[in-house]
Design a protein around this ligand. Structure first.
Ligand code: FAD
Length: 422
């Protein structure tokens, strides 16, 4: 039996792969088995969160919208529901998630467990909207936690990396279904860096991608749209990626010539406009596989950090993948990388099948210099000691974890190392 993640950089040979049909079967499995158990959602994390030689537990069969309260803007979903299905089922009920990440393939539990986020200066990551959740403990007990009543346990369980037990059900604050309008345009990177804070302030969702060795960045905004017409031009992302790769293949050894050619090939007047349902615009399809690292730095350090990242990246002629810059609002989950701080998120990608060690050895130190907290689901090599210093409630989280899982059944080697667990 073997398992691997989406980007195929994590693999393992578990003793068992289980996909129980319901909560009772999950509880029975936990009671009857002895070894390590790691939950898997859609396997879209780049870091070694899932691999185990014990049991991999999938919640694929626990999917779907359970109940919703349209007036109270709340919905309860099974934890294995993929975000795409969450959006479709909420839409049918006249509701939507407040924000979405770049793709919507993830499971709801997998997404919240690693603090998955989209972009928006006033919009927090998904887990901040979780108001209640149900956990099957490693002993097989089923416990419901609610915001307000169980403040500390909720602060621990919102972002828990699968280390507290199996999340089977999630209740979220939602918003009314709505339409957005998207604008995409190109600008020289210096102009983009200068305008980024203002664009983030004045648009509901703003992000930009820097296109390495071109001097240009693509801005993307999404704002509320009162109209109902649908305008959905085909995505140009894959064409852009192919062109950037070709330019690297042909002129990678001659960076100045590469820059000059890019400046001739790029049409700064290129722009895109779309209008549609929020969930149809906010998440994309990413057929080209890649590896990724991402750190969340304090908001005020964002621009300085991204300048450093670009400088560091462009010392390498093999780089061509666009680099992403986003805004995320702070929250109060103990292991949230946005814990009590509004942040800028910087993601650096490397093409699948190519060298990516530099994401850690060269970009990692830049993130550290600017106080970055790594995305739990993306590549990083922060030590437990470094993380403990970055998270004020680290020890409180570990205390909750030990009380729910004294034998460390929900851990794997990656988490044991991070948590310093025996
Ligand atoms: C192409 C691509 C694009 C991405 N875009 C973004 C983005 O825009 N923003 C962003 O923040 N991240 C992004 N990510 C990262 C991704 O959102 C996270 O890694 C997310 O955790 C993956 O969800 P998953 O369902 O695949 O979970 P998995 O990777 O399968 O698992 C993640 C964690 O959740 C735990 N878990 C899963 N299910 C349960 C459960 N039922 N109970 C308890 N624990 C559970 C697992 O044990 C593990 O620790 C992207 C990843 C890819 C591959």
């Amino acid at each position: 039996m073997s398992w691997q993640n989406w980007s195929a950089n994590q693999q393992c040979r578990p003793r068992a792969l289980a996909a129980p049909a319901d909560e009772a079967a999950i509880a029975a499995l936990l009671r009857a088995s002895t070894g390590a158990v790691r939950c898997v959602g859609a396997g879209h994390s780049f870091s070694a969160l899932v691999p185990t030689d014990g049991t991999i537990l999938s919640l694929d069969r626990l999917a779907g919208l359970r109940t919703y309260d349209k007036a109270g803007l709340s919905a309860t979903l099974q934890a294995g529901t993929r975000l795409a299905q969450v959006s479709r089922q909420l839409d049918a009920a006249g509701l939507a998630l407040r924000n979405l990440p770049d793709i919507d393939m993830q499971s709801l539990a997998g997404a919240i467990s690693t603090a998955t986020h989209g972009t928006g200066a006033d919009l927090p990551a998904l887990h901040a909207d979780v108001t209640a959740l149900r956990l099957v403990t490693p002993q097989g007990d089923v416990i419901d936690y609610e915001q307000g009543r169980d403040a500390d346990l909720m602060a621990a369980a919102r972002v828990s990396l699968g280390s507290l037990g199996v999340i089977t059900q999630v209740t979220m604050r939602v918003v009314a279904a709505h339409n957005l309008t998207r604008k995409v345009w190109l600008r020289p990177i210096e102009e983009m860096l200068e305008r980024a804070p203002e664009l983030a302030r004045t648009h509901r969702h703003f992000e930009f991608y820097y296109l390495p060795f071109t001097g240009y960045a693509a801005a993307i905004t999404h704002d509320a749209y009162a109209g109902s017409d649908v305008l959905m031009p085909p995505s140009q992302d894959e064409d852009m990626l192919r062109d950037l790769r070709r330019l690297r293949d042909w002129l990678g050894k001659y960076p100045q010539l590469r820059r000059w050619s890019a400046s001739k090939l790029i049409d700064p007047a290129l722009a895109e406009h779309a209008t549609n349902r929020s969930w149809r615009l906010l998440s994309s399809v990413r057929p080209t596989r890649f590896y990724e690292t991402e750190s969340h730095v304090p908001r005020e350090a964002g621009i300085a950090c991204v300048r450093d990242v670009i400088r560091t990246l462009e010392r390498r002629n093999d780089v061509f993948f666009p680099m992403e810059f986003r805004f995320v609002k702070g929250d109060d989950a103990w292991l949230s990388p946005f814990y009590q701080r509004d942040s800028c998120s910087i993601s650096v990608h490397a093409a699948h099948g190519e060298a990516y060690d530099y994401l850690l050895s060269e970009i990692g130190p830049v993130f550290r210099k600017h106080g970055g907290r790594p995305h739990w689901g993306k590549l990083h090599n922060f030590s437990g000691a470094e993380l403990a210093a970055l998270y004020p409630r680290w020890n409180d989280f570990q205390a909750v974890r030990r009380s729910l899982d004294p034998r460390g059944r929900m851990l794997n080697p990656h988490l044991r190392a991070l948590f310093g667990a025996a």
